[in-house]
Ligand binder design. Sequence first.
Ligand SMILES: [Zn+2]
Length: 307
Amino acid sequence: MAPAVRIDPDYDREMRDAAMDWLTDLPKTEDGWVKQRQLEDFEFNGVRLPLMDRQAGIRKPAGFDTALSMRTVYTPAGKKPPYKDALGDDGLQRYNYRGEDPEHPDNVGLRNAYKRELPLIWFLGAADAFYLPRYPIWIIGDEPEKLQFVIAASEEQKPENTGPITTPTQRRTQERVTKLRLHQPLFRTRVLHAYKHRCAMCGLGYKSLIEAAHIIPDSEPDGHPEVWNGLALCKLHHGAYDSGIIRIHPENFVLEVREDVRIDRSAEPMLVHGLQGLHGKRLRLPHPSHHPDKNALLWRYNKVRGT
Ligand SMILES: [Zn+2]
């Protein structure tokens, strides 16, 4: 028999704090991911309260009338996501209702967490059965006409800290925070994982020197935080790519070093080996399912050429 529902915001908050502390201490992969089955072991006051539902996207633990977590499933490259959790015009993230009934118990669970200003955990699908947890996040709005909730990805996005978001500057600020807190961490870990934490230009594998670079920058409308729009690059080659010193041919993935750099005769080792030596070499590609998108590469290639 399911335990009786206890409506006690303090008790609920205590359970959430314990869950988030437990999650912080949980062993993760080198990419910071957790496996779905690890999340089944959380206990609070001697009762097992899995942090993720096996079936549903929204987790409402037994004995509570509030949702504790939600998830977005991983969508493999080339597959259409089952639903889209979009960025709103105000720069804040949205999370879709379960189904089309605003009164579905899972949607009510999220709404109760919203009304009581309780923090939640969002599990972002990073790979099959692996998730990148982001927490605490809050629901700060309900849009039943669009079947979605409004998300604050950090304290600074809570209404008491933002006030009304009306000007373009305010919207851009919120969009920047959303990308920083939700989109970039997932992009980064997925790209680094795909490239096995090695620079796609030189093969360097020192983790602290490897970054996830966008092919189409995320300031552009098509600058999606997806592996097909990313490259793992060391700091030197990330800078060289962003500044146009090295470009990538979109058809054959061959690296082209800008001419003024190529003919520089100053003979410093980093110049000779780190830059000039890459001219004509081919990008080190990940598994074909993670290959960079040729149209994104073409966009960038033309941008560098100024066409
Ligand atoms: Zn490199």
